[in-house]
Write a protein that binds this ligand. Structure first.
Ligand code: SAM
Ligand code: DTB
Ligand code: SF4
Length: 322
């Protein structure tokens, strides 16, 4: 194993480089990922984050995985933008349950300069004042909107690439890969940290996953936060009957992400309800160091606090402190 592979920060990864990391024997891959992980992170600690859907459903986009698209018939109940106070209450509850980051999601195609955005800015100010990291995922945005979020105290903006550039148009047609990259550029230029990752298990090939990882790892600087979601198949969406993701492919993907994004927080995001304790443990060994806690992601179930605390206890791991 060459020295460049043990945690040097690079932005020139080829698909072949990623393939040769990913295709090692699992013991070699995990050893490499652990070596990098321990150089930059405390292997016992995971950051707990809480999600809240502040505006739910009726989204005009056609993302094939998403229960919130207006184009599919799902059981998601539409809800217009929440008021400020219940959001701040949810943030305080998240903090008392051990979360240090609070992420607000809206089923919007993009931010518009209207009263709803003013209210979201109030939410960001309020959550930041509670001493939490604040993240938002509100769809596409422009530089001016990113600057206003930064000024309100936003820590991070989540906008996922979802999959590799070649598979992308099988999943979303209403916005392009380039649109997504431009949103990430606007976030970065406003001085807000970037949270961007994707979803595994949408019928894509391993090369598509690694293609996405190459795009992320070649951003300079790297995204500070990289969520790896396992598809939560939702009835009524085009991907409602997708086959389950192979858990060792998930572990390999996380380990590869850890190797090429040494300092980033790699988040084991959606899909944990369907994962065994053993799979999640392997993901932590592979370098995942954050999870979403609480009974709900945005609209789908998530392991509750009790199951997560039991899991961390069994592994001798602890939540990251503020
Ligand atoms: N509407 C905004 C957007 O798309 O940018 C923000 C909210 S959207 C729900 C945030 C991300 O959640 C998506 O980019 C996608 O990666 C992830 N996601 C949505 N539905 C999912 C599902 N069923 N399983 C796994 N991840 C999902
Ligand atoms: C991300 O990558 N995963 C989170 C967060 N970013 C916003 C959302 C997952 C949503 C899963 C489907 C749902 O609950 O609606
Ligand atoms: Fe809308 Fe976001 Fe869902 Fe796509 S992922 S349909 S943009 S809420």
């Amino acid at each position: 194993m060459s020295a460049i592979d043990s945690g040097n920060i690079r932005h020139d990864w080829s698909l072949e480089d990623l393939r040769s990391i990913y295709d090692q024997s699992l013991p070699d891959l995990l050893f490499q990922a652990q070596t990098v992980h321990r150089r930059f992170h405390d292997p016992r600690r995971v950051q707990l984050c809480t999600l809240l859907s502040i505006k739910t459903g009726a989204c005009p986009e056609d993302c094939a995985y998403c229960p919130q698209s207006a184009r599919y018939n799902t059981e998601v109940e539409r809800e217009s933008l929440l008021e400020l106070e219940p959001v701040l209450e949810a943030a305080r509850a998240a903090r008392s349950n051990g979360s240090t980051r609070f992420c607000m999601g809206a089923a919007w195609r993009e931010i518009r300069d209207n009263r709803d955005f003013e209210r979201v800015l109030e939410m960001v100010r309020g959550v930041a004042a509670e001493g939490l990291e604040v993240c938002c995922t509100l769809g596409m945005l422009n530089a001016n909107q990113a600057a206003r979020l930064a000024e309100a105290g936003l820590t991070a903006y989540n906008h996922n690439l979802d999959t590799g550039p070649e598979y992308y148009d099988q999943v979303v047609t209403t916005r392009s890969y380039e649109d997504r990259l431009n949103t990430l550029l606007a976030v970065r230029s406003a001085g807000v940290t970037v949270c961007s990752g994707g979803i595994l298990g949408m019928g894509e090939a391993v090369d598509d996953r690694l293609g996405m990882l190459a795009v992320l790892a070649n951003l300079d600087p790297h995204p500070e936060s990289v969520p790896i979601n396992a598809l939560v198949p939702v009835e009524g969406t085009p991907l409602g009957d997708a086959s389950p993701l192979d858990s060792l492919e998930l572990v390999r993907m996380i380990a590869t992400a850890r190797v090429v994004l040494p300092k980033s927080r790699v988040r084991l995001s959606a899909g944990r309800t369907a994962m065994s304790d053993e799979t999640q443990a392997l993901c932590f060994l592979a370098g995942a160091n954050s999870i979403f806690t609480g009974e709900r992601l945005l609209t789908t179930p998530n392991p509750g606090r009790d199951r997560d605390h039991r899991l961390l206890d069994k592994l001798g791991m602890v939540p990251m402190e503020a």
